[in-house]
Design a protein around this ligand. Structure first.
Ligand code: ASP
Length: 574
């Protein structure tokens, strides 16, 4: 048996569900498929809760339209009326709940779960009927009857024993080749409907894979695997072919969105491989996550992950030096208030401790710490906690980093050369992960510099900005055009001209200027030349490996050198 999980984008509408059907048709194994809510529906349901049930007509209409589109396009005419009345019935129930919330102006956890799980109830029931109509030998498995949570230390966690027995018992009774179950949904210890947390369908699939002794878990999504960095920010990022469980866990914790963080634990225990596949490009390799070192390549760094909206909390004072139990009090106070700590650093002088938290938690974290150490603070032995915000956390991850010297050196060098200041650093003893905190404005530059350092050693992008394109400058551009290929092959430098200015007009943007056509582009530019604006735009782009070329005879342009050199960190070298 294989478990296949289809995420929200894979079941967003009739077109994508058709792709899912094709994937199922191409499989000969017995399959257990787990589906998310139709893409975006859980967010709409969450919005109804945020609005406390008030003025939600538009949202309900949108939810209805999304599901009707699938029923109208994929169900046989015979099947449509029963599916439509099922949808109507569920939406009426939802409307009743929202009316009640709006009247009493209060939302309980139980109600929240009831509302949020509706997306998966609808998607799994509709897809089940459609697959049945298409003559798949299929059964429906209700996840709330087999996956159970329990409370532990005030947190809702998976009840492994109860879930394991229920899943096994139920699966023993089902003989069909295909089984469908809703993701995300479970029951709590009072047998009330509950959920496994946002993004939790991956976790549902992993639980089913573990307790059905599946030979593999496939997570079907809208990207071709886990990427070496976020491809929206790093254009040259590529899917990673193989990851160990631990590497994948580090990357998913540090912001790689492709896999929900708790998913891997149940699979590690049973050594079940996970394949991340693209529903829209099913022939792409995707990423295989397993513990097989045989499959592993030679790469030292496998991926670069990041989380934005981070704040650091600095807490310092002589009162903490050599005081046993200090850290216990510090972290216990945060844990009692459910504040998640993303990163920790403490220098061996023990004079200060620094933690990174989600910016939404920063003020509460400060309050909690200041309260815990109120006495020491009033005695001036410790200072109040200081918050610094607008930061991001970047982690480079790879199992093999521990056996290789100089990885952190390359990291610091790459960032230092591009004027990215590192605010805090942490490296665990496992050496699988080096994490740094930097100013959020530098995130894109830092990710691209690091990606270039660890993944694209063969070709380095150099961003060129040229002012003055008369005789000399014009020839320079022609020369770049002619020699670009030679320079790329022989010097491993990819020259990209991103800015050109003459005394009348200028062009600056993040995309390369077409050098076959630069004169027309410049003459037709709507931006009038102005050396200060040219400089400001270049600096605002904040790109790594930037070059400024002055081909003018002007006395004014040299006045801008200082600003540019300072920003690019060359000034102190002069
Ligand atoms: N539908 C839920 C969510 O959007 C669970 C999932 O799709 O994984 O969070």
């Amino acid at each position: 048996m294989k478990v296949l999980k289809f995420g929200g984008t894979s079941v967003a509408d009739s077109k994508s569900i058709n792709k899912v059907v094709a994937i199922l048709n191409n499989n000969d194994d017995n399959l257990l498929i787990i589906v998310s809510a139709f893409g975006g529906v859980t967010n709409l349901l969450q919005e109804c809760i945020n609005l406390k049930g008030k003025s939600t007509e538009g949202i309900l209409k949108e939810i209805e339209t999304r599901h009707l589109e699938v029923i109208d396009n994929l169900s046989s005419l015979d099947g449509q009326s029963s599916l439509k009345s099922f949808l109507k019935e569920k939406l009426n129930e939802l409307e009743d709940i929202l009316d009640a919330i709006s009247t009493i102006d209060e939302v309980t956890q139980k109600i929240i779960s009831k509302v949020l799980t509706l997306g998966e109830i609808l998607s799994s029931s509709i897809i089940y009927e459609i697959l049945k109509q298409k003559r798949f030998d299929i059964s429906y498995l209700d996840s709330k009857e087999v996956i159970y949570s329990k409370s532990f230390n005030n947190n809702e966690v998976l009840d492994n024993d109860r879930s394991s027995i229920s899943i096994k018992n139920k699966l023993d009774l089902i003989k069909s080749k295909l089984i469908i179950a809703p993701g995300y949904i479970c029951s709590n210890e009072n047998n009330e409907i509950s959920n496994l947390g946002r993004g939790g369908s991956d976790y549902s699939a992993a639980i089913f894979a573990k307790y059905s002794n599946a030979k593999s878990l496939e997570i079907w999504t809208d990207v071709s695997g886990v990427y070496s960095a976020n491809p929206k920010i790093v254009k040259k990022a590529l899917p990673i072919e193989y990851l160990s469980y631990k590497e994948a866990m580090e990357l998913s914790f540090f912001g790689a969105k492709v896999i929900y963080f708790p998913t891997l634990q149940p699979l590690i225990e049973e050594n079940i491989p996970v394949y991340i596949k693209n529903t829209f490009k099913p022939n792409d390799n995707g990423t295989c996550i397993s513990n097989s070192t045989k499959l592993d390549g030679d790469e030292i760094v496998k991926g670069i992950s990041h989380i934005e909206d981070i704040s650091i909390i600095n807490f310092e004072g002589s009162g903490m030096v050599g005081v046993p139990g200090f850290s216990k009090r510090f972290f216990e106070s945060l844990s009692i208030h459910k504040i998640n700590v993303v990163m920790i650093t403490q220098a061996s002088s023990e004079f200060s401790i620094c933690i990174a938290v989600d910016s939404n938690d920063a003020i509460s974290a400060k309050k909690v710490i200041d309260k815990e150490f109120e006495f020491e603070i009033t005695q001036n032995r410790i200072n109040q906690a200081q918050i610094e915000s607008n930061l991001s956390n970047i982690a480079i991850v790879g199992d093999k980093m521990k056996s290789k010297k100089g990885v952190s050196g390359r990291l610091f060098n790459s960032l230092g050369q591009n004027n990215v200041n590192i605010r805090a650093i942490a490296q665990g003893a496992s050496e699988r992960n080096i994490s740094i905190i930097i100013d959020e404005v530098n995130t894109k530059k830092a990710l691209n510099s690091l990606h270039e350092t660890f993944f694209e050693e063969n070709l380095k992008d150099v961003h060129v900005f040229i002012t003055g394109v008369g005789n000399v400058g014009g020839f320079l551009i022609e020369q770049i055009k002619i020699q670009r290929e030679f320079i790329a092959t022989n010097l491993k430098l990819n020259l990209k001209v991103l800015g050109i200015s003459n005394s009348k007009k200028m062009l600056v943007s993040e995309s390369e200027i077409d050098l076959d056509n630069w004169k027309d582009l410049l003459n037709n530019s709507i931006i009038n030349a102005d050396s200060e604006t040219f400089q400001k735009r270049i600096l605002d782009l904040n790109l790594r490996n930037s070059l400024f070329v002055d081909n003018t005879a002007s006395d004014l342009i040299p006045n801008t050198y200082r600003g540019i050199l300072k920003k690019w960190n060359w000034y102190h070298n002069l």
